[in-house]
Design a protein around this ligand. Sequence first.
Ligand code: G3P
Ligand code: CA
Length: 250
Amino acid sequence: MSAKTIIEAMYRGRTLVFGHRGASAYAPMNTIPAFELARKQGADGIELDVHRSKDGHVVVLHDFSVDGTTNGVGDISQMTLAQLKSLDAGAWFHPSFANTHIPTLEEVFLAVGRHLFINIEIKSRKIESDGLEGLVANLIHTYGMKERVIVSSFNPHVLMRFRGLYEGVPLGYLTAPDELFPKPDSFSFEAHHPYQGILDEAHVAKYKTEAPFINTWTVNEPTRAVELAKMGVNGLITDKPDEILRAIGR
Ligand code: G3P
Ligand code: CA
């Protein structure tokens, strides 16, 4: 199946709601409790961020270092999975989440992969590869997730390499007002993933000429969610799946 056929089957004409880093308004971002809560709230999917550990595992964390959301210090790329797993990734959010650990992508697939679509954002600031695309492609294949994922990145070089490695997986091109990488000419993708604040009717129309789907982030205001859905945005990525589902009548 082509990537376009797969993504069309995911949406079936509905506006999908993705928990941004899980239901991250209520649980520590990018952890299994946040993903399970998104599922419990009725989200169609989740968005998460991945990096490569020093010893070649795909780990789920937003920042390039562990400093902001764990009790440790250091760059993810310089830490082994065992070092990363020894950290507490929940207590910073609330003491009730103490002893929550950084998950691997594999663990997320096992926990919620049969129930939720997964928008995997590959974090990368460099044009050169650290091998992360290949590791993610292998996991998607091993866990039979090809028809349940969108692979997204702000870095078009990552997405172009990913397409070469594993054709048929829908790709989402992330953009923000301060985006780092310009769009190369020969780059094709199934979904635009713009920052929600810039979207209006004209942007939606332009983006739809470039890719059939638009998933926007981060939509936490119910009235804005309704506006965006009316404009024809296909996916709303939110920290509060419960509120946004209610707002759009789902
Ligand atoms: O994927 C949408 C959004 O998560 C991109 O920005 O910084 O939250 O990863 P950021
Ligand atoms: Ca993200």
